[in-house]
Design a protein around this ligand. Structure first.
Ligand SMILES: [Cu+2]
Length: 242
């Protein structure tokens, strides 16, 4: 008896959700199950990262027993290109996407930004962390957002937001001239940054035809179109060269 009473509501719920999902023109959250994933490659001989001279601040230098290197073009052994921002640049229905409650974290570690390229939603909280024993001065220089410039002693928390979309806001440290990073800001949640292997995935997309843009700080922008049906997983690869 107990089993039966539990079974009926679940069955009814499944029937209801199936019938709602097949209504034409309905594109609610239950439909947002398509995905686009792929790899970004660097074609040709990868440039060698340059060594960074941190001798200006002994605390920074000491954090790197082997010299830190530049991160403007980071290529894996198999050609995978890291730190590429992949995002839906066109095709989303006009809707608003509330920012996630969870803040994104930008660390200053060994006097470098971790991650070097970060992506977030507009009005999502950005938590800037100073893990170093030295004071940093974080200074984003946006085109489409409010500029700010804040000194951050070791261990002191710092929280900020960006109100508008922008790909991507350059970030620098006024104390350590080698410190450079980027923050890409979006009005929607359909973005990713390629990992060290050049892989990315855009998840939970509603069915539709989208323009997907790939942005790399030195190598520019590429655009591809993709159409996904409800629940479909498509592959989309990009290749950049110098
Ligand atoms: Cu700094």
């Amino acid at each position: 008896m107990k089993l039966k009473s539990a079974f009926i509501p679940i069955y009814a719920l499944v029937t209801l959700s199936v019938s709602v999902a097949i209504l034409p023109g309905w594109a609610g959250p239950a439909d947002a199950s398509a995905s686009v994933k792929g790899t970004v490659k660097f074609e040709g001989v990868a440039p060698k990262p340059a060594r960074i001279d941190m001798s200006q601040d002994p605390i920074c230098a000491k954090a790197h027993p082997t010299a830190a290197t530049t991160e403007d073009i980071v290529v894996a052994a198999d050609g995978g290109l890291a730190n590429v921002v992949i995002y839906v640049s066109d095709g989303l229905a006009a809707s608003t996407f509330p920012p996630p409650q969870q803040p994104v974290v930008l660390e200053q570690k060994g006097c470098q930004y971790k991650p070097h390229v970060l992506a977030m939603q507009a009005n999502q909280k950005l938590s800037v962390v100073n893990d170093d024993g030295t004071t940093h001065n974080i200074h984003p220089t946006p085109n489409n957002n409010r500029e700010w410039n804040m000194s951050q002693p070791p261990g002191v928390p710092l929280e900020q937001t960006f109100a508008r979309a922008e790909v991507a806001v350059p970030v620098k440290c006024n104390v350590h001239p080698w410190m450079k990073g980027y923050i890409a800001v979006f009005k929607h949640p359909y973005f990713a940054v390629t990992d060290k292997d050049g892989s990315f995935e855009l998840k939970d997309l509603p069915p539709g035809t989208y323009t997907i843009t790939a942005w790399q700080e030195k190598l520019g922008t590429q655009i591809q179109k993709v159409t996904v049906a409800a629940g479909e997983a498509k592959t989309l690869d990009f290749a950049f060269k110098q």
